[in-house]
Design a protein around this ligand. Structure first.
Ligand code: ATP
Length: 295
């Protein structure tokens, strides 16, 4: 049997997303609190001997060629490490909704890097894996580290925060998708008077105060997205006892935050018939989890 690893690649929500500047190369710099959540894609990464990178995915809308971030992860990994390449197959079972702002592609990319590091015995450190990941996508370093993390720069400066516990999310993705570049472009042309309170959010996370976490939820891109579907979901979540509600990343998924599972589940039950994705999720303390390593 071939050497193979099965892993879970967890999605994320942004509890806070503030845009603090723009670099000369056009990238926006952020101050953002990322949280890994319990929805995950399943990957099985296998070393083969056909000299190819092959991807088998159960979701027809996901490209299985060099456009897929797991393909890019393979190329970048072998280039960076100089390890001999003989072929890799990746079986990808998608559960994280696409175009949701939940880092589906980035999580898969992170899991592929972690798997290849083990399979090839390259023994790269987490920081070295993050360096490779950073070039593939701004969310990839976070997805490698996972848990509750303050991300700065374009996403490459990571400060881990205490694990979030006793907290539940209702997460809904409407049919509409929001283009990330367009969202940033709109942001550049507007003035947002509402300011992020990152220090207050961090203080709330340090003591695990869900009421205050809900109070300081903030996403600058939500103002730029200016989308009625997003507003509607938020209203419904608040009507269904969410302590707060927010769009994640550049959308279009929205989450409500709760301090107990019963209220979160009740909210999901009320909303699930109207949306393509609607689930109760909880925080998880990792971005990637190894399930099985077969030699
Ligand atoms: P983010 O929160 O990082 O902005 P997102 O939810 O906006 O993520 P993804 O679901 O990660 O977006 O993917 C968006 C696009 O990336 C899709 O159009 C898809 O074609 C492409 N893509 C590349 N690799 C993958 C992958 N492994 N899984 C899903 N989509 C992928």
């Amino acid at each position: 049997m071939s050497d193979s690893i099965a892993l879970k690649a967890y999605g994320k929500l942004n509890l806070l997303l503030d845009i603090v500047g723009k670099r000369h190369d056009g990238y926006h710099t952020l101050k953002s609190v990322f949280q890994s959540v319990s929805v995950y894609d399943m990957l099985t990464v296998t070393l083969t001997d056909d000299d190819k990178i092959t991807i088998d995915c159960d979701d027809e809308s996901v490209p299985c060629d060099e456009r897929n971030l797991v393909y890019k992860a393979c190329t970048a990994f072998f280039e960076a490490t100089g390890k001999d390449f003989h072929g890799v197959n990746i079986l990808l079972e998608k559960n994280i909704p696409s175009m949701a702002g939940m880092a589906g592609g980035s999580a898969d990319c992170a899991a592929t890097l972690v798997a290849l590091n083990m399979l090839t015995e390259a023994e790269l450190t987490e920081a070295q894996l993050c360096d490779i990941g950073e070039k593939l996508g701004a969310d990839v370093p976070f997805c490698i580290v996972g848990g509750t993390v303050l991300c700065e720069g374009i996403g490459e400066i990571l400060t881990p925060l205490p694990d979030l516990e006793e907290c539940y999310f209702a997460v809904c993705k409407p049919e509409i998708s929001i283009s990330t570049p367009e969202c940033y472009k709109k942001f550049d042309n507007m003035i947002i008077t509402e300011k992020a309170k990152a220090d207050d959010m961090i203080a709330a996370l340090v003591v695990g105060d869900v009421d205050n976490i809900a109070k300081y939820l903030y996403n600058a891109l939500e103002y730029a997205a200016d989308c009625s579907e997003i507003r509607e979901i938020k209203e419904k979540m608040l009507e269904n006892d969410a302590l707060g509600a927010l769009m994640t990343g550049s959308g279009s998924a929205v989450f409500g935050i709760f301090d107990n599972k019963r209220d979160a589940k009740k909210c999901v039950k009320e909303l699930e018939d109207d949306y393509i994705f609607c689930k109760t999720l909880k925080p998880v303390p990792v971005g990637v989890e190894i399930i099985e390593h077969t030699l």
